[in-house]
Design a protein around this ligand. Structure first.
Ligand SMILES: Cc1ncc(COP(=O)(O)O)c(C=O)c1O
Length: 424
């Protein structure tokens, strides 16, 4: 296959006509396919149905002498804290176990900083003229929406293959208005990058000018390998504590992609001092999260070992889906040199950089042919990708047959937009 950039205009016109004919054929099928969000597929949800049946007798609802059906323990069931501490490698006393969403816990922690101030804040952030926030890019669109919602000034920092560009981060934190940073340290969304030990050490040892800097550690994919064995990960809480930064770190995770995204359990892990400060403030808004669901998860997942065994079963479902996407890209796109993409071994996404200036057009063409993708620009603060290049592919939801159809259409859209850009 000849690279598009090396084709003569006549060759490009001929190629365009051939690809367009194939695309029109696909469009005529009137398909409705979705590769937009990182949702587990039906087979994954069906696989964990036993979660709903683990609580039978009144005794099953007891965590020692604590009845999980009743009010109380806003910071979660002790047994649920032990489960998450085992999974994350931190201490149970450092865990706050909440409702079904880690995103909500992240939003909520920031809202506490905004309304009340944090343990080391001089004043609530709502009283400050400017709050700035470090956003590794490309990143998770919903993180950016949270910090946008609070009116923070988001500063994009490029990702490298080892995590965020730390030289830039270390410069930025000298500004006391820079109050926090988003991180998805293991199988980042969307690139599937795992932060290197060096990056993690540099982050844990940072000395930000802001005394209440929040190192947001969204470990959403902490046990989510799909193409390799479980990769143990440093306990960021211990590491930060070693560098005198115990109160700087806020780690999050959830069972959204272990059991049910709509009915899982989420955790925030942070210093005991932070929890002692935050618990009463959180208690103003809620008496107790759903501890019955926490108990269900304790009984169903049991511990890290059982959780990892379940994750290997998810892997069997997910791996063929990622391979279907990557094989199609390798076959159809790589030889043309019109896009670069990563080859993740965990997480929920494939990140692709199309030829600059073609992401929007590619996704427009996809939409016309019935394929829904995450919007162009979504992986950047304010939804603006300066290169109009990054596209996030989420292969987890559709069954393999549908995914194959969707990615075939996507490849043709990439080709058409690249040919249009190169000139016909
Ligand atoms: C990096 C990241 N964090 C958080 C979430 C959402 O987690 P939860 O369901 O616990 O709110 C997602 C979902 O895709 C994610 O990719």
């Amino acid at each position: 296959m000849k690279k598009y950039a090396e084709m003569t205009p006549e060759e490009r016109r001929a190629e365009y006509a051939a690809v367009k004919a194939a695309y029109d054929g696909q469009k005529a099928l009137g398909l409705k396919l979705n590769m937009a969000r990182g949702k587990p597929g039906k087979a994954q949800l069906d696989m964990v149905m036993d979660l709903s049946h683990v609580l039978k007798e009144p005794a099953d609802y007891m965590d020692g002498d604590l009845d999980c059906r009743n009010y109380g323990n806003v910071d979660g069931l002790p047994a649920a804290k032990r489960l998450f501490a085992d999974i994350l490698g931190c201490k149970p006393e450092q865990c706050f176990v909440g409702g079904n969403s880690s995103l909500q816990l992240m939003f909520d922690t920031i809202s506490k900083a905004y309304i009340n101030g944090l343990l080391h804040s001089e004043k609530p952030w709502c009283k400050l003229d400017t709050v700035k926030w470090i956003c590794p890019v490309p990143g998770y669109d919903r993180h950016f929406k949270v910090t946008e919602n609070f009116g923070f000034e988001m500063i994009p920092v490029p990702m490298t293959e080892n995590g965020p560009d730390m030289d830039t981060v270390e410069q930025l934190i000298r500004d006391p208005a820079v109050k926090g940073m988003w991180n998805v340290p293991k199988y980042s969304n969307p690139e599937g990058i795992v932060y290197s030990d060096e990056t993690i050490r540099r982050l844990a040892s940072m000395k930000p000018a802001a005394p209440d800097f929040m190192l947001m550690w969204d470990n959403a994919y902490c046990v989510h390998e799909f193409d390799c064995d479980f990769r143990p990960f440093e306990d960021i809480l211990s590491l930060c504590a070693q560098y005198g930064n115990a109160d700087m770190i806020y780690e999050y995770a959830s069972t959204s992609k272990i059991t049910f995204p709509g009915a899982g359990v989420a955790v925030m892990a942070t210093s005991e001092a932070n929890l002692a400060y935050l618990n009463p403030i959180i208690n103003v808004q809620i008496i107790s999260y759903d501890k019955v669901n926490q108990m269900r998860h304790v009984k169903f997942l049991q511990d890290r070992e059982h959780t990892l065994a379940l994750m290997r079963r998810h892997t069997d479902i997910l791996r063929p889906k990622f391979h279907a996407v990557l094989d199609a890209l390798d076959r159809e796109i790589r030889p043309l040199e019109i896009a670069q993409y990563n080859r993740p071994v965990g997480g929920y996404f494939v990140s692709l950089n199309a030829m600059p200036g073609t992401a929007r057009r590619t996704l427009e063409l996809c939409k016309e042919a019935g394929v829904t993708m995450t919007g162009a620009g979504a992986t950047f603060p304010y939804g603006v990708d300066p290169n109009d290049s990054n596209i996030r592919i989420a292969p987890s939801l559709p069954p393999v047959e549908e995914l194959e159809q969707a990615i075939a259409i996507f490849c043709n859209c990439l080709k058409l937009s690249a040919l249009e850009k190169l000139g016909l």
